[in-house]
Ligand binder design. Structure first.
Ligand SMILES: Cc1cc2nc3c(=O)[nH]c(=O)nc-3n(C[C@H](O)[C@H](O)[C@H](O)COP(=O)(O)OP(=O)(O)OC[C@H]3O[C@@H](n4cnc5c(N)ncnc54)[C@H](O)[C@@H]3O)c2cc1C
Length: 458
């Protein structure tokens, strides 16, 4: 490509990583971000303070040499620590050993690390510049400085929209040529709370796990932070049929929140001393799935990350998927002769995969809140481990394909569906692993699951 100039809208996780990847390859990159520089006044984004980083995201960070600083502050999570209502706790490992784990990373620190790398590589970062709209015929975009309302018009060669789920660039593209947008909001929302460090300065509960309090139609989770705190996220329905099911409609005040925790999360309550203040301060966050028919406007604009395919957070893959987008698009921009073909190839490769992880993320909510303490589910997980050992490279648990591998999400979904049927048939009417007809399960695996390589693109 001869003209190697691009403008990125949004310097969040995807925008900052993409800027770093391209600037390191010699592109002239300008990034326009609505907020202030988080390195000057601290990180402003209050949403989901920490995130689960998995193999796909880690691989992308390695492409920008960002893995070292990020992993230095990451906290390993070996599995789900399930907190039952009767006070029992149980660790359900995600993988076979500590080579198969996920990592809790701080959103603000991660963003700052990526901005530093992008800037050092030559990307020009423009803060307090919120994208307003674009004249796609004249190739000029307008940005507003939120501090004084001043609007500036800046020419572009092409725009990359990394401005998140509420993307203003997507709205501008849609106004110019409809992108076929559909948003489906979940009828559940979330609220963030905090577990501070213990009085002696350590973690209050096991740090190397993602804690879950599954309660059927709702749940609480907690992820560790390296400053020895945990970010707790309570997911509740927005409305409930009766007062026996808590929802954001009937748990409104801080006192009602305390009563909910006393009844349903009694072991979590003493860990959250500022429950009332956190409750009053943090508004509930919406959760939804966004799909588009088109992610790009010929050679002039393309969307990545949440701007193209926001998803519910229950597989912990939104950022991982956004990072995978960045690597894919950067590779295509290097390989194709013109921007339009790179954007089109990126869209056709990534769209089916984004749609697969969106679906798996929705399915995982049910699993987390309702199934992790269910005996049938636990028996199927145990059988999964046995079949993985008997058929290495052929039967790979669903969670492992999504989290520890980089095979396309769509392939992970297709194989997971086959495996789910095998597991359900093998455990039907069976109470223990020793009663499973392994010969029949082996035959089903050999017949329906060809060997799998982690043949992800470089
Ligand atoms: C509760 C919750 C938990 C989550 N947990 C996980 C997890 O564990 N693992 C995981 O992988 N993912 C998780 N996610 C998903 C993850 O947060 C997103 O997928 C990820 O942030 C997407 O990155 P992005 O850069 O596309 O968008 P964002 O991170 O939203 O960044 C968008 C950027 O654009 C800027 N911007 C917005 N509008 C404009 C404008 N008009 N002009 C200029 N700039 C603008 C914003 O200020 C921001 O900096 C979670 C999400 C939620 C809500």
């Amino acid at each position: 490509m001869t003209d190697r100039r691009l403008t990125i809208v949004g310097a969040g996780l995807a925008g900052a990583l993409f800027a770093a990847l391209l600037a390191r390859k010699g592109w002239q990159v300008d990034v326009f971000e609505k907020r202030g520089d988080p390195r000057v006044k601290g990180y402003e984004g209050g949403r989901s303070i920490n995130l689960a980083l998995a193999e796909r995201g880690l691989h992308a960070l390695k492409q920008a040499d960002a893995d070292g600083p990020v992993m230095a502050q990451a906290v390993m999570m070996r599995g789900r620590m399930v907190h039952f209502l009767d006070g029992r706790v149980e660790l359900q490992r995600y993988g076979r050993d500590d080579s198969e784990v996920i990592w809790s990373v701080h959103r603000g620190d991660l963003n700052i690390t990526l901005l530093d790398i992008a800037e050092r590589a030559g990307a020009r970062l423009h803060f307090h510049r919120g994208f307003v709209d674009a004249d796609f015929d004249g190739c000029v975009a307008r940005y507003r400085d939120g501090r004084d309302g001043h609007v500036e018009a800046v020419p572009f060669v092409a725009l990359v929209g990394a401005d998140g789920a509420g993307s203003q660039l997507r709205a501008a593209m849609d106004a110019y040529r409809p992108v076929g947008e559909r948003s489906e909001f979940l009828d559940h929302s979330y609220k963030e709370l905090e577990i501070p460090p213990a009085p002696g300065g350590g973690f209050r509960i096991e740090p190397n796990a993602l804690h879950i309090w599954p309660r059927g139609r709702y749940m609480c989770i907690a992820l560790p932070n390296d400053e020895k705190t945990f970010t707790v996220t309570l997911f509740l329905p927005n409305e409930s049929p009766g007062d026996d099911v808590p929802s954001f409609a009937n748990v409104r005040s801080p006192a009602e929140a305390r009563a909910l925790f006393e009844r349903d999360f009694p072991d979590a309550l003493p860990l959250i001393p500022a429950l009332e203040q956190d409750w009053a301060r943090n508004p509930p966050g919406l959760l939804g799935t966004l799909t588009l028919e088109r992610w790009h406007l010929d050679r002039r604009a393309v969307l990545v990350g949440d701007a193209a395919h926001a998803m519910v957070p229950f597989h912990g893959q939104g950022m991982n998927c956004a990072f995978e987008d960045c690597v894919d698009l950067a590779r295509r921009l290097q390989g194709e002769d013109d921007l339009g073909s790179a954007f089109a190839a990126f869209e056709s490769a990534r769209k089916p995969n984004a749609s697969a992880i969106q679906r798996m993320a929705l399915d995982n909510y049910l699993e987390m809140r309702d199934r992790v303490d269910d005996p049938d589910f636990l028996l199927q997980r145990a059988l999964e481990q046995v079949l993985q050992e008997r058929h290495p490279g052929r039967f790979i648990p669903h969670y492992a394909m999504v989290t520890f591998m980089r095979i396309p999400y769509a392939l992970a979904l297709a194989r997971s569906e086959i495996q789910r049927v095998i597991l359900e048939e093998a455990t039907e009417g069976v109470a223990a692993l020793s009663e499973v007809d392994l010969a029949a399960a082996d035959a089903a695996v050999l017949e329906s699951l060809p060997p799998l390589q982690d043949a992800a693109p470089p």
